[in-house]
Design a protein around this ligand. Sequence first.
Ligand code: SF4
Ligand code: SF4
Length: 199
Amino acid sequence: MPVFSGRIPKTARERLSQIKGDNTPAIAIVNYGNAQISDSLRELVDLLDENNFNVIAAGSTVSHHSIFDGVAVGRPDSEDIAKIDEFSQKCIEKLETCESLSAEIPGNKPYSDYKQLPFVVSCDESVCVFCYDCINICPENAIPDVDPIDIDLDLCTRCTACINICPENARMFSGEAFEAKKPVFESANSERKEPEFYL
Ligand code: SF4
Ligand code: SF4
């Protein structure tokens, strides 16, 4: 599960809420961009518990930041993968007994409020080839069916899916708020954070 400003994404939460576990073993993982997981892992474990999954393990992993590309460059790296492999082996062993998670998970409840980032996702009309891949992948239906240029920024969660899928690199973050925040955020989150695992 990705982390958006310390929470699991609202739409992902709503979709996961529809899935009932029937005591199926689950491993709760949040992945973040070397900033903070805040309450997200606590929230994911709680949600799986509420939906009758048997959470046997949990963890947080680090990837290259999806919005600020100067943070966590090259992550996950070989050190991350080695730690994930070690955790995975422990999960395989734990699946033999399906013993529930016992470790304390960081985070608070009530969870922090959702935040809507003020950054603009824009599209360069001169580069766009109107393939509509971005429209199809947008989880919020924030890009109109017929016009990939015209994004509804009230619906957009800045998830970056459209930016990553665009074959022409036509989509990007832009605007004064983004340009001002970028160096501040990248400086504040330059120190390496490590994956954390709980059994
Ligand atoms: S970043 Fe793109 S894909 Fe994600 S919600 Fe906004 S418009 Fe949709
Ligand atoms: S994915 Fe890129 S090229 Fe395709 S419609 Fe969207 S912005 Fe245009």
